[in-house]
Design a protein around this ligand. Structure first.
Ligand SMILES: [Zn+2]
Length: 437
């Protein structure tokens, strides 16, 4: 069996780095090696050691002086919104009604869905993202298109058809029964097929009737190992409308709580304006709050309180995400650059090690897939990104004055984008090169 031996500066996290000097939180090899066989990392460490295990026939690829990290993970994005991104001048509800819902009606056409799924995953790979938790459109065909494309590329992705049966145009509505049936069929067809994971995906409380919320809860009970993804507390008008639709609820979170949608595999996009009770409910259930900085800034939604969520007595699990097309960039580097600024506006800092932990191991833990992805540990899937901190003239110039790994990572985050991504391995396959040829 052929194996591949990668050489470069390897960086992988063991746990959350408390400070910039918390060296035992990561493993860094100046001359590192990764031995890949059958789509998995079978050995990692100092190159000289790993090379000994490689055997005669191993294909050697030298990425020096570049950095090898686990592939980036994007915990929330909408694949049908590639032609919505960069739409001017609206807050959340107007943005959905004016741009997003009309665009998503096009995904009734399976051919359109297949085209956009292909281009979306191209864009993910181009930006170094090897796993995404994606919302499809309401149409079953859109999820089929996404999973077929993802499976063809052997990517570990999480996705689901959105369930939405009210407060949107007819072209993007299902019914409580059809939403349930289509989700059920998609779970049967795709969940656990290769590296595919299905996520039960009620879009948000506003576009699901109480009957549909019941059905979403039923799906979660019937499939407790599945992810559930939705939106929570993004925007004040959204919160007020939710309160009108569910007048009995104590708050927005209570709506999801009532239908049994909180839990360790539940991913809540945004979580900006949570009360203490809501934050307690998320932490008590191990639910995940998904930080989408470019989207929150672009739609003027508010500032996610990252450090306060981490520091509270009962911390909230956090993931980070692009939220394309409310988000404005496909890159997790660009995302965490904006994340840094959001956190700064809250009077806090996120150091570069914490930031790269979040994009890799942190998101893998939040998505409960850390045994498979998010590190360079032996035994995990070989999803790897190769980063070049001298990718542009401005980066090259700035690198002249960079002396530490922390400074280099911060430069990559602040000035980097898809140009800094030299190669991407998906289950050991050079996917960025494959795309270009
Ligand atoms: Zn979203």
């Amino acid at each position: 069996m052929t194996s591949t031996l990668l050489r470069g500066r390897t960086l992988s996290f063991v746990r959350w780095p408390e400070t910039i000097d918390d060296h035992s939180a990561w493993r860094y090899e100046e001359d590192g090696g990764l031995l890949i066989r059958d789509g998995r990392i079978v050995a990692a460490g100092a190159y000289a050691q790993v090379e000994k295990q490689a055997g005669e026939g191993a294909r050697k690829i030298d990425h020096r002086p570049h950095l090898l990290l686990p592939g980036f993970i994007d915990a929330h994005a909408h694949f049908p919104q590639m032609q919505v991104i960069a739409s001017y001048g609206a807050e959340l509800l107007d943005w959905l009604n004016t741009y997003t819902f009309p665009e998503e009606t096009k995904f009734a056409n399976a051919q359109h869905g297949r085209r956009i799924a292909r281009l979306f995953l191209d864009e993910m790979v181009r930006h170094g993202t090897t796993t995404v938790a994606a919302y499809c459109s309401v149409h079953k065909a859109s999820a089929e298109a996404f999973f077929a494309e993802s499976h063809d590329r052997n990517m570990l992705n999480i996705a689901g058809k959105v369930m939405m049966d009210c407060n949107a145009p007819d072209g993007v509505l299902d019914t409580p029964q059809s939403g349930y049936d289509d989700s059920k069929a998609l779970i049967g067809e795709w969940h656990g097929k290769g590296r595919q994971h299905y996520a039960i995906t009620p879009r948000f409380a506003i576009t699901s009737s109480p009957q549909q919320m019941e059905m979403a809860g039923a799906l979660c009970r019937e499939h407790p190992d599945l992810h559930m993804q939705t939106h929570l507390s993004e925007n004040h008008a959204e919160i007020a409308f939710t309160q009108e639709l569910y007048p009995w609820s104590r708050d927005y979170t209570d709506v999801y709580e009532h239908y049994g949608l909180l839990g360790k595999k539940s991913l809540f996009g945004h979580c900006i304006h949570l009360s203490k009770r809501e934050a307690d409910a998320l932490s008590a259930t191990g639910s995940v709050a998904v930080f989408c900085p470019t989207s929150n800034l672009f739609l003027g939604s508010g500032l996610f309180d990252y450090q306060r969520f981490r520091r509270r007595e009962n911390p909230i699990r956090i993931a980070a995400a692009t939220d394309v097309g409310g988000g404005t960039n496909y890159s997790m580097l660009r995302t965490m650059d904006e994340g840094y600024k959001v956190i700064a506006l809250n009077g806090e800092k996120l150091n570069p090690f914490q930031s790269f932990w979040q994009m890799t191991r942190g998101n893998a833990e939040a998505l409960s897939v850390a045994e498979k992805i998010g590190t360079l540990d032996a035994g995990t899937d070989a999803d790897i990104v190769v980063l070049d901190a001298r990718a542009t003239p401005a980066m090259r110039l700035r690198m002249e004055t960079v002396e530490t790994l922390a400074q280099e990572l911060f430069l990559l985050q602040t000035l980097g984008d898809d140009r800094a991504v030299r190669e991407v391995y998906v289950a050991g396959r050079a996917a960025k090169t494959d795309m270009a040829t």
